[in-house]
Design a protein around this ligand. Structure first.
Ligand SMILES: [Zn+2]
Length: 146
């Protein structure tokens, strides 16, 4: 198990920007249509801004029109924890990084096939990594140099 979940607030306050800290550690929400990844379409992976764990990939990203980057599946099973969230008078499912406990956003059950899920993320919780190989792409095919 990671000890990142037990880091004091001060650790994160120094590591993160004030905006990242407010979202990731205080469970804030960035304003819709302001996040830098809302209209991101490059292939690659999305890592946890706090610990670098791979959370989502671009091949499951879709435009939900809600103003936040949205995905219909997580990249690696077990990298995201889901918790019932009853704040703000709503029944929602909060998603957090299972590695460091960072708040990511919420998951809803109105997403597209094949999962029917919509993982609604804060851009500031994510760190886009274009070097991540997508699962659907075979490596080296058609380019078998000896
Ligand atoms: Zn993390």
């Amino acid at each position: 198990m990671s000890d990142l979940k037990n880091k004091p607030d001060e650790y994160w306050r120094q590591k993160l920007t004030p905006e990242q800290y407010a979202v990731c550690r205080l469970k804030g929400t960035e304003r819709p249509f302001t996040g830098k990844y809302n209209n991101e379409h490059r292939p690659g992976g999305y890592r946890c801004i706090c610990c670098g764990e791979l959370l989502f990939t671009s091949d499951t990203k879709f435009d939900a029109g809600c103003g936040w980057p949205s995905f219909y599946a997580e990249a690696v099973a077990g990298n995201i924890d889901k918790t019932r969230d009853l704040s703000h008078g709503m029944i929602r499912t909060e998603i957090t990084c299972s590695h460091c406990g960072s708040h990511l956003g919420h998951v809803f059950d109105d997403g597209p096939a094949p999962t029917g899920l919509r993982y609604c993320l804060n851009s500031v919780s994510l760190d886009f990594d274009p070097a991540v190989n997508l699962a659907g792409q075979s490596e080296g095919s058609g380019d078998d140099n000896p």
